[in-house]
Every structure is written in structure tokens, then in C-alpha cells.
Design a protein around this ligand. Structure first.
Ligand SMILES: NC(=O)c1ccc[n+]([C@@H]2O[C@H](COP(=O)([O-])OP(=O)(O)OC[C@H]3O[C@@H](n4cnc5c(N)ncnc54)[C@H](OP(=O)(O)O)[C@@H]3O)[C@@H](O)[C@H]2O)c1
Length: 331
């Protein structure tokens, strides 16, 4: 296993990180539907391979994801790089959300309780908070690091300008800078290539790529001729009462996404591999990507995902994937 330093920190992380948004019943932000027993099997099997990062969030499945992760890693806590996030609402109150000192202090303690541990390796701001001065956030995070409850801090879904703002703010308060950015990145979503990857590298942040399979579209399981399986992520989005969820399903199944998935399928056939492995192998090798956050819902899916971390794509096939997905750089 080749571990990489996370940004300019000394923390070593594996090429794959395990995303846990599927773990637990549907609830909060996160898709859910992987029961506890299967989730524990997935976490054990993942860690047994030597990959070491597990990514969760307080908002995933109403806190169940953190509880499951906590139980799973108890016996080998020190071998795990445990990453969680805060920002999203944890209650109805005005101070139950965001990146203020008031909220983050409570959110961290609640995450530690659910995770059954006294420290988080990587504590991430899930989103930028326009209502809190970034200096307050960086000073609060620095306090967490000094207290020993947090070892490193990172951000998620920040723009390039926000990354720079946070870096300057950390300097102004003599605080701990971010060592990582989580960003959406796949053959269906390459907008990080315009600014985020270069800005992260320039300011010492490693990057963790989320939704590397475009929520499942790049596995080849969705076609033009058949309706999505109702139990699949997109099937469930289509059945949702939320218009936003239904619109998202439509966007995922847009013609240009299916065209990219077709090319991934053709390349997989050429290599005697699977579309899943090809799509993940492409992300894993992109310049600036430190680790890829996979999101299996079953043990079989984990096995299929891990094949992407041993598959080598020849340059001519990478060029074909780059070409078919070029429009998503600006998407
Ligand atoms: N920071 C953020 O804002 C943010 C946002 C999103 C995600 N994330 C992180 O990134 C992780 C991964 O995101 P993601 O779940 O969207 O990743 P993804 O890999 O793009 O999609 C995962 C979905 O793809 C399908 N899938 C995976 N492997 C498969 C296989 N071998 N065969 C067939 N289908 C397969 C499954 O769909 P079905 O469930 O339909 O079977 C699975 O739920 C999350 O768990 C989370 O930790 C972070």
C-alpha cells in the first residue's frame, strides 16, 4: 500500500478512503440503507486491506453513520484515520448549525460521543458558513487541536477563494491551517480542475474526491432503455417526495452522463475489467488527488470498488476518458 501525506501535514493516508454516507437508515443528510451488520463487515474488510481513512459526518443518517463507525473501529482505533464533519443542522435552533464557536464546540463533543472516541483525526468544515467570520472558525478549530480532541482540520465544498480566505484567517489568528479539501470529482464532474486542485496544492491542502462513481452512474447500471431499479440510489431519488431530489436524479441520468458511462463500459470491456474499476482508476491517478472516497453500500460493492485501486489504465485509454468527459471540466 502506498500511503501519501495529506497536504503539507505528516499524516499518511491511503489511496482509498471509505465513505459512510450509506450506513444506517435513511435520515439526515446521507442516503442510508446499509444495515449495521453489513456496514461492520464493509468497514472490517476495508481496513483489512490496509486502507486507513474512514469518512463520516454528524449529519449522515441522523448520526447513525458515526455510531456505526465508532463501534466498528473500537478495537483498532489507532490504525484508523477517522474523519468527520460539522456544519449542517443538528437541531432547530439558530446555533445548532454552521461554523460558529457556539455550534462547533457542541458538534464536536456530540460527534466524539457517537464515535466512542476521545479524538478525531481529521475534523472538517462540511461547507463554508457565510454567517460566521472565518477567523472565529479557524480560532475555534485551533483550540480543538490544542485540546487534543482533534489532530488535523480540513474543509469540504469550499471554493478556491474560500480556501485562500481560510488560510489567511488561520495566519491572522495564529491558528492551525486546513490540511485537506473534500470536493466532488469524477468523470461526470471535473470542475475542480479549473481552480480547486491547483489552489489546494498551492496552499498545502491534500484533496479527497467524493462521489467518484457519480452516485453509481459510472458503474454502468443505469441505461437509457430500462427504468432504474427502485432500490438503487437514483431509483430512490426518483421516488422521493422532494422535487429537488427528483431533479437531481434527472441530472444524474442526463444524456451526456450516459455517454460518458458508455465509454467507460467500452474501455472496461477492452481491459476485461469493470466500469466501476475503470472510473475509480481514472480518479485515483488524477494530479492533485490524495485519496478517493468510495461509497459502497454492500460488501460486494466494496470488492468491486477496490479493484479500481489496482487497475492500471494505459495512457491511450486515459486520453479517451479525458476526451469524452472534457465538457464536465466546465460543467
Ligand atoms: N463532502 C461532501 O459534501 C460529500 C458529498 C457526498 C459524498 N461525500 C463522501 O463521499 C462518499 C462517497 O460518495 P458517493 O456515495 O456519492 O460515491 P459514489 O461512489 O459516486 O456512489 C456510491 C453509490 O454507487 C453505487 N455503487 C458503488 N459501488 C458499486 C458497484 N460495485 N456496483 C454497482 N453500484 C455501485 C451504489 O449505489 P446504490 O446505493 O444505488 O447501490 C453506491 O451507493 C460518501 O460516503 C461520503 O463519505 C462527501
Amino acid at each position: 500500500m502506498e500511503y501519501a501525506r495529506l497536504g503539507e501535514s505528516g499524516l499518511k493516508v491511503s489511496p482509498a478512503s471509505l465513505g459512510t454516507m450509506n450506513f444506517g437508515p435513511p435520515g439526515g443528510v446521507g442516503v442510508g440503507s446499509c444495515d449495521d451488520a453489513e456496514a461492520l463487515r464493509i468497514i472490517d474488510a476495508f481496513l483489512d486491506t490496509g486502507h486507513n481513512v474512514i469518512d463520516t459526518a454528524d449529519a449522515y443518517t441522523g448520526g447513525e453513520s458515526e455510531r456505526i463507525v465508532g463501534r466498528a473501529i473500537k478495537r483498532r482505533r489507532d490504525a484508523v484515520v477517522l474523519a468527520t464533519k460539522a456544519f449542517l443542522p443538528q437541531g432547530p435552533g439558530v446555533n445548532d448549525r454552521g461554523l460558529s464557536r457556539a455550534h462547533l464546540t457542541r458538534a464536536l463533543d456530540a460527534s466524539l460521543r457517537r464515535l466512542g472516541t476521545d479524538y478525531v483525526d481529521l475534523y472538517q468544515c462540511h461547507q463554508w458558513d457565510p454567517d460566521t467570520p472565518i477567523e472565529e472558525t479557524m480560532a475555534t478549530l485551533d483550540g480543538f487541536v490544542r485540546s487534543g480532541k482533534v489532530r488535523y482540520v480540513g474543509c469540504s465544498n469550499f471554493t478556491a477563494a474560500q480556501i485562500v480566505e481560510a488560510k489567511w484567517a488561520a495566519e491572522r489568528v495564529s491558528g492551525t491551517p486546513f490540511v485537506s479539501l473534500q470536493h466532488q470529482y469524477s468523470l461526470l464532474a471535473r470542475s475542480s480542475e479549473t481552480e480547486l486542485l491547483s489552489t489546494s496544492a498551492r496552499h498545502g491542502l491534500g484533496t479527497l474526491a467524493w462521489s467518484p462513481l457519480g452516485g453509481g452512474v459510472l458503474t454502468g447500471r443505469y441505461t437509457r432503455d430500462t427504468a432504474p431499479d427502485r432500490t438503487s440510489r437514483i431509483g430512490r431519488l426518483m421516488d422521493s417526495s422532494s422535487p429537488l431530489a427528483r431533479a437531481w436524479a434527472g441530472e444524474l441520468l442526463a444524456e451526456h452522463n450516459l455517454t460518458i458511462a458508455d465509454e467507460v463500459g467500452d474501455i472496461a470491456a477492452t481491459l476485461g475489467s469493470t466500469p466501476t474499476a475503470v472510473a475509480l482508476a481514472w480518479v485515483r491517478k488524477r494530479p492533485g488527488v490524495t485519496s478517493v472516497i468510495i461509497g459502497p453500500r454492500t460488501l460486494d460493492q466494496l470488492t468491486g470498488n477496490l479493484a479500481g485501486f489496482t487497475l492500471d489504465l494505459p495512457a491511450d485509454l486515459i486520453a479517451r476518458l479525458d476526451a469524452v468527459s472534457a465538457r464536465t471540466v466546465g460543467a
